[in-house]
Design a protein around this ligand. Sequence first.
Ligand code: DP6
Length: 329
Amino acid sequence: METPSVRARAHPSLALAKYWGKAREGTNIPATPSVAVTLRAMTTNTTVRVQPCADAGGEDDSVEIGGVVQDTRRFRPLFDEVRRYARTRSYPGVPCFSVLSENDFPTAAGLASSAAGFAALAAACLAAVSDGPEPTTISRIARIGSGSACRSVYGGFTRWDAGAESAFQIRDEDWWPDFRIVILPVTAGAKPVSSREGMNRTRDTSPYYRAWTEDAPLLARETQQAIETRDLERLGTAARLSYLRMFATMFAAEPPLVYWLPQTVEIIRELEQMRDRGIPVWETMDAGPQVKVLTDRDHARLVVETFGEILSLPAIISEPGPGTSVERL
Ligand code: DP6
């Protein structure tokens, strides 16, 4: 029998208003709404070959990322959901998946590799078992792998509501041609505590967690309005509040989650001084020490020149990018 292969491309989703906390255990249903931008400058390429499973339990799936064989347990819920979907589309037999994936940026260094990775994986697996799956279906199934991946399915600016199974697009990648994101990797190392573990710990132990989830909808609305009016100062101000309030809940968890490094604080301080001089630069951060700067086309290079010396990896300048795309091989 033919074993069709599909290649999918996807880009990371950088949250401007953050997803931090799950409404319940299990399938990554968020407790907070998030608003994000898809980053053109970083890409995951994933090739999936599908063949009939030797046993109906799907034990013969395999996954390799950057040449390293992975434990398939993390991927199993996503594969099982694709198999369920395949049944509803009259796919003959039970499909198993062989996956080869490559990132052109460091994996697990807090650069949202899981978002791009699971978005590409869901898009490729679904295309391998059906014709033209709906973006909402790809988003819903990508989310099962990693929450933020449901946003990476769409290009440009995206939103994922609290309690929702999938994300949607607010504005496409051509909406704000002047907008730039500069990624400043202060370390090449993997993060010590995963987002998943970090957000569960915060929910279970931080006395500020409730305040965080109650406040998040306001900041998500403010962030979305700033995008819709292409107002960089308003966006930067809201994005800073979102990540700093997210970190405030983490600092109060037990044991506390402190992802920051000395260079992180150095950059935050210097950006403050740059803003005082009228330079449009606002930072955001995720579950790691890396800093991402929101700015415009005219100032992106200045950010790289200012911080180049203290970085462990080269800075990356990105504009908003497209959602997932697939190609049949
Ligand atoms: C801080 O999507 O990696 O980057 O759903 O458990 O896989 P899981 O978590 P993940 O968390 C991302 C958290 C964040 C903020 C964000 O991207 O919204």
